[in-house]
Design a protein around this ligand. Structure first.
Ligand code: NDP
Length: 272
């Protein structure tokens, strides 16, 4: 089976569009502001895709240029602006700026990416508010396809704050038994080939072929790698899809991640 993310992503976006229309009828225009402090190429690609999604759904989008001197002040200004509902702090932050201090300044209710210490802490307390969109996307993809999680052995490869760590908590709270692996994990294949559900998020093109995967497992490929101008995942799809259910790249987790971000902006505009 292929775990399609595009269908779910489109369903979420349709709901978002309806909600935007409803909010607009009440005089509220959902608005996102992106704090930008560099001309990094991949950040620009990401910003353009966010803008495209906002434009399509009727969400007001603008960038706020900032620098090391003004970044905290700019975050405070956006916190206080009632017409702004979501704020994203783009990577990389200016040299010499402590990212955690900036994120700690951001109002958790406008933290639509789920990156502030408060929102991350709430996941730990099993009371999630805004959750990192990719981790949320993986959970929704699994639930959409009715993948049993209770008691399942789940292996996650990758322990970043945006994917692996929050995802491990979200799946634990759904009663999965979770193993989290990373670059220092010994004998990685022993951890992946017995998993009922395998989530890979490391950024190594096609690293996981069928020998890493149990027959009948569910494999979620979070990886996004650009090779010769083509976007491919961390999973060797042709090899793994012969023995397991697997999500596509593109058209898998990434399609849902964007939709979740848009939904968070609208939820913030609605007052959750
Ligand atoms: P990070 O670089 O922050 O984290 C990568 C993780 O992978 C780290 O925990 C690292 O271990 C681990 N790792 C790296 N190499 C290996 C290896 N050979 N074996 C085992 N573990 C390894 O990346 P992100 O979490 O931000 O992103 C991961 C991938 O997901 C990327 O391809 C990225 O483009 C993609 N992505 C996709 C999104 C989507 O919506 N589909 C959104 C966000 C990211 P250690 O901690 O020890 O360094």
């Amino acid at each position: 089976m292929i775990l399609d993310g595009a269908v779910l992503g489109n369903e979420i976006k349709k709901e978002v569009q309806k909600e935007v229309e409803h909010l607009k009828s009440k005089g509220i225009i959902p608005a996102l502001r992106c704090l930008v402090s560099s001309d990094d190429k991949s950040t620009r690609v990401y910003l353009n895709s966010i803008k495209r999604n906002c434009d399509k759904l009727g969400i007001n989008y603008a960038e706020v240029e900032t620098d090391s001197k003004n970044i905290i002040k700019d975050v405070k200004t956006l916190n206080e602006d009632d017409k702004v509902h979501g704020v994203m702090l783009m990577h990389p932050v200016p040299k010499g700026v402590d990212e955690i201090s900036v994120l700690s300044t951001l109002d958790p209710k406008k933290d639509v990416e789920g990156r502030t210490p408060e929102n991350l802490g709430k996941i730990l307390l099993n009371a999630p508010f805004f959750v990192p969109c990719t981790a949320q996307a993986v959970v929704e993809l699994l639930e959409y396809h009715n993948v049993p999680l209770k008691g399942a052995n789940v292996t996650i490869v990758g322990r970043s704050t945006t994917v692996g760590k929050p995802l491990s908590l979200l799946l634990m709270s759904r009663n999965a038994t979770v193993t989290v692996c990373h670059s220092k994990t010994q004998n990685l294949i022993e951890k992946t080939k017995h998993a009922d559900v395998l989530v890979v998020a490391i950024g190594k093109p096609k690293m996981f072929d069928e020998k890493w995967v149990k027959k009948g497992a569910v494999v979620i490929d979070v990886g996004i790698n650009v090779v010769n101008g083509k976007v491919i995942g961390d999973v060797d799809f042709d090899s793994v899809s012969k023995k397991a259910s697997v999500s596509k790249v593109p058209g898998g987790v990434g399609s849902i991640t964007n939709a979740v971000l848009m939904r968070n902006i609208v939820r913030s505009a609605r007052g959750i």
